[in-house]
Design a protein around this ligand. Structure first.
Ligand code: GDP
Length: 433
């Protein structure tokens, strides 16, 4: 998905605009109170275009003057985003700091959209013309508090997307390696690449500061997404947790499969759970890789015990296979690619409608559809509409009647009958007309 970054000096209203944009998509996802306050990224949608929105203002260095903070935020936008939205504040007019930010943004070839916030009334909307002198094009007046101008801003944003969606249409299986710092991501990437005789290419990401590494193994092409993000270190903001989150999310979004790396010597930490959540939310394949398996003292049950802990801590990832490896000794490292290939086969599996409907008939016979307030759910037909992840539509009498538990039951039936290891499965209900 394209990444859109919001930049601007403090108090111009970045988080208000951020919330306006993510809520412009119909409120399907209910936001738990307090979540948005601290959220720096979200998926958003406008007129059928999905994108990821980041509020760079939420990424702050542990120390540093305002100037340094803003510089880091602008750099993040320049490095990570496909489209940059610079926000000004009409009530404060144009400030030196706005000019400083604009100067930093001139360096990028990425599209920049200038929006001026707090234009709540007509007089203010004319005041925005001050901002022309930034040289970033026509300012778009918006009001975060009233919600006006948001449509124009969103039109301008999605107008810059181009055909990025089709960028990776090749025969390579793309995977990313994510995890909290020091779990051994770089070591694993090196161990995997160390086994490969042919590295096809290191391709500079077309838009982002990322490097993808492609190689062939056993006749299959693989691409490790964003290996530079793993290897290269240096910018001041790279140590901030929110930035590493952002990096992980953009890598996940660019890949078919994510390797979630855990560290056997430290066990599972809170941060591992956050990272796991992003991998799951993206709907891609997930493989859990327990690294540093050379370190713990082991007996006959250690692996099973660790596995049980993982299953408890990451219940929503119940579909993800687990592999215990050591990047250091190379133990089971070759199994990783085999799993990647298997999961890819599974996430691109297509099941014929005739086979699905036999399964549906049998499933509803064993476990009748639920009766909700005296009304029975009827499922007439089931068909697969997408892969990565495999997505099925059931045509029903009333979509409201397909509760989570019956959906869960159908997913389990699919898993029992077909190999979907490593991939989430989606079921959507549609009313039969
Ligand atoms: P990253 O931050 O996740 O990329 O982690 P690194 O790859 O930089 O590894 C962090 C530290 O763990 C380094 O000191 C590595 O040498 C060490 N390390 C990585 N993998 C293993 C492993 O399988 N076994 C042991 N014993 N150490 C490892």
């Amino acid at each position: 998905l394209p990444i859109v970054a919001l930049v601007g000096r403090p108090n111009v209203g970045k988080s208000t605009i951020f919330n306006r944009i993510i809520n412009s998509r119909v409120a399907i996802v209910e936001d738990k109170a307090g979540v948005t306050r601290d959220r720096i990224y979200a998926r958003a949608e406008w007129m059928g275009h999905e994108f990821i929105l980041i509020d760079t203002g939420g990424i702050t260095l542990d120390s540093g003057e305002i100037e340094e903070q803003i510089k880091a935020q602008a750099e993040i936008a320049i490095d990570e985003a496909d489209v940059i939205v610079m926000l000004g504040d009409v009530t404060q007019h144009m400030t030196n700091m706005d000019e400083t930010i604009a100067k930093m943004l001139y360096r990028t070839k990425k599209p920049i959209i200038l929006a001026v916030n707090k234009a709540d009334n007509p007089e203010q909307r004319t005041d925005i013309y001050d901002f022309y002198s930034l040289g970033l094009g026509d300012p778009i007046p918006v009001s975060g508090s009233h919600g006006t101008g948001m449509g124009d801003l969103l039109d301008a944003i999605v107008g810059e997307f181009g055909d990025k969606a089709n960028q990776h249409e090749d025969d390579s299986i793309r995977f990313s390696v994510i995890g909290r710092p020091n779990v051994g991501k770089s070591s694993l990437v090196n161990a995997i690449l160390g086994e490969q005789r042919v590295i096809v290419s290191n391709i500079e990401g077309t838009t982002r500061d990322a490097i993808d590494t492609t190689f062939t193994n056993d006749g299959q092409k693989y691409t490790i997404v964003d290996t530079a993000g793993i290897r290269r270190r240096g910018k001041v903001y790279e140590k901030t947790e929110k930035y590493s989150v952002l990096r992980a999310i953009s890598a996940i979004e660019e890949s078919d499969i994510t390797l979630l790396v855990l560290d056997a010597s430290t066990g599972i930490r809170e941060q591992d759970k956050h990272v796991a959540g992003y991998a799951h939310d993206a709907g891609r394949g997930v493989i859990i890789v327990v690294n540093k398996w050379d370190l713990p003292k082991k007996d006959s049950t250690s692996m099973k015990d660790f596995e049980n802990t993982i299953r408890q801590e990451f219940q929503y990832l119940d579909y993800a296979p687990i592999v215990f490896v050591s990047a250091k000794t190379g133990q089971r490292v070759p199994d990783i690619l085999k799993l990647v290939k298997e999961v890819h086969d599974n996430q691109t599996r297509r099941i014929k409608s005739s086979v699905l409907n036999d399964l549906l008939l049998e499933a509803t016979r064993i476990t009748p559809t639920p009766l909700v307030n005296g009304k029975r759910l009827r499922i007439y037909y089931m068909t697969q509409v997408a892969v990565t992840p495999p997505t099925f539509v059931v045509f029903v009498n009333d979509p409201e009647l397909l509760h989570f538990s019956y959906q869960r039951f159908l997913i389990n039936q699919l898993r029992q009958n077909f190999d979907f290891v490593g991939t989430p499965i989606k079921i959507l209900a549609r009313k039969r007309k």
